[in-house]
Design a binder for this molecule. Structure first.
Ligand code: ZN
Ligand code: ZN
Length: 176
């Protein structure tokens, strides 16, 4: 939805703080012996985020009524602060975290939430950079910017991954 500038940028303050606090609390809870397992879970969920990002963009942002209208607006007005408010995305992360907590305990829940939130933070950061920055060519960011521009302006049935091209390759929606 249309956000004010404070609303738009608050993700970049709130998420690093929540991730850091949850990371410290989770590692303390996991203890020294389980720390490698905890870190492994974070990395696994970070990878899982790239698939969630693809599925959300392809099937939710482009197909669910109302959400689709807002996303269509982003496709046209790519630099205006249209996005998901922090309270909403953080609320969804909290629900997932609570569900994992109830079943597997706090250490596992904090690792899952840290991984998914790191992935989300990386996604909104990359998405911001590719719309507002002018990365030099050749670079990782330049490639992502060009692929996302193809999705915005040439073919909106391709290149749903923003931070990664892996899932577009897997599901046959990659377009160079
Ligand atoms: Zn975009
Ligand atoms: Zn799109």
């Amino acid at each position: 939805m249309q956000l004010g500038l404070i609303g738009y940028y608050s993700d970049f303050v709130v998420y690093p703080l929540v991730i850091a606090l949850l990371g410290v609390a989770g590692l303390i809870e996991a203890g020294e012996e389980s720390a490698p397992e905890w870190i492994g879970t974070v990395l696994l969920c970070l990878g899982l985020w790239t698939l969630i990002e693809y599925v959300l963009h392809r099937f939710v942002l482009h197909h669910i009524p109302w959400i689709k209208d807002l996303h269509d607006r982003h496709h046209v007005e790519e630099r205006s602060p249209v996005g998901t408010p922090t309270w909403l995305s953080l609320g969804v992360h909290a629900l997932i975290g609570l569900a994992v907590w109830l079943v597997f305990g706090f250490a596992a829940a904090s690792a899952v939430s840290c991984g998914l939130m790191l992935g989300y933070l990386w996604y909104i950061s990359v998405h911001h950079m590719i719309h507002h920055w002018h990365p030099s060519h050749p670079s990782y960011l330049y490639t992502l910017k060009r692929r996302h521009a193809v999705h915005h302006h040439v073919d909106d049935t391709a290149n749903f991954g923003v931070t990664s091209i892996v899932w577009d390759r897997v599901f046959g929606t990659a377009r160079l």
